[in-house]
Design a protein around this ligand. Structure first.
Ligand code: PPS
Length: 308
């Protein structure tokens, strides 16, 4: 008799003893969680189907939000279908690796038929070549550095498989130096920005999504060559609002047990705002950060907004 596959939650509970705050190991100069670095050759050899879609982000830039929008667009706004499984199973995380029996992103993908939607946090130079060779569509979401940093800080407090964030002031330094999982925010946003036209990447901003979600949902819809009715678009905007997603057990990461995501420390759906950085940075920290930002971003003109 075939065994019933474990749910994600059951698999994590079974692997509890092997879960820890994994150290970072560099792959081509980019620090990644050590289990990812350990499986790097199979990750970089992953070959997508041309019909597969990649959602790429620096961690905490609006990935889950975009995943939900895309899933709903692809299912004509069908709320029930989009609750068929937690986000991680509907839209596998390409490079994620964890101790067995937790399925890796690659294992989940093996059992899904294209067209698949795939999440990655890899910087552009580490994205498996097959995505470019097969001309897959890629949606990139970027979030202003200060809010992105704040969100990542709180995530590293509650995600017990990421390195300890340490004190806030030191975390700002780590972010500025790119000493966090998936490396430098600056290199990440610039890498995709510079290639966006050549590689037909849809480059979105979290702040634009907050300011006018309908406009951005439509932008994604057109990129995917879909045409949904106005009513369905309205419904998708409503279903992907922060408030609704926060209460959606298939999107709010409550399906990840407390031994990995301790949401009593900080919720995954934490604030969902633009400008929360003002509640964290002192004026001196903000000035120091801005000066460094100017230097690191001097070669590009990406229209980031820290308020809307
Ligand atoms: S992850 O772990 O990298 O996949 O995280 P990611 O989904 O990229 O980022 C999490 C932050 O996005 C916020 N979020 C949203 N904001 C607005 N609207 C919606 N629907 C939404 N869904 C998630 C989430 O609250 C995290 O941001 P912060 O600032 O920490 O609240």
């Amino acid at each position: 008799m075939e065994e019933t596959p474990l749910s994600y939650e059951e698999a994590i509970n079974k692997a509890a003893g092997s879960l820890t705050r994994f150290p970072l190991t560099e792959v081509q100069g980019v620090p990644l969680m050590s289990p990812i670095a350990g499986q790097w050759s199979s990750i970089s050899a992953f070959c997508p189907d041309p019909s597969d879609l990649l959602i790429a982000t620096y961690p905490k830039a609006g990935t889950t939000w975009t995943q939900e929008i895309v899933d709903l667009l692809l299912h004509n706004g069908d709320e029930e279908i989009c609750k068929r499984a937690p986000t991680v199973e509907r839209i596998p995380f390409l490079e994620i690796q964890a101790p067995p029996p937790i399925p890796s992103g690659l294992q989940l993908l093996k059992f899904m038929k294209p067209p698949r939607v795939i999440k990655t946090h890899l910087p552009i130079q580490l994205v498996p070549e097959g995505f470019w060779e097969n001309k897959c569509k890629v949606i990139y979401v970027a979030r202003n550095a200060k809010d992105n940093l704040v969100s990542y800080y709180h995530f590293d407090r509650m995600n017990l498989t990421q390195p300890e964030p340490g004190p806030w002031d030191g975390y700002i330094q780590k972010f500025m130096r790119g000493n966090l999982g998936w490396g430098s925010w600056y290199d990440h946003v610039k890498g995709y920005w510079k290639e966006r036209e050549k590689r037909n990447i849809l480059y979105l901003f979290y702040e634009d999504m907050k300011e006018n979600p309908r406009r951005e949902v439509e932008r994604i819809m057109h990129y995917l060559d879909l045409s949904l009715s106005d009513d369905i678009i309205d419904k998708i905007v409503q279903l992907t609002s922060f408030k609704v997603m926060k209460d959606n057990p298939m999107a709010n990461y409550t399906f990840i047990p407390k031994i990995v995501f301790d949401q009593s420390i900080s919720e995954f759906m934490r604030k969902g705002e633009v400008g929360d950085w003002t509640n964290h940075f002192t004026p001196a920290q903000s000035q120091m950060f801005d000066e460094d930002y100017k230097r690191q971003m001097a070669d590009v003109d990406i229209p980031f907004r820290t308020s809307i």
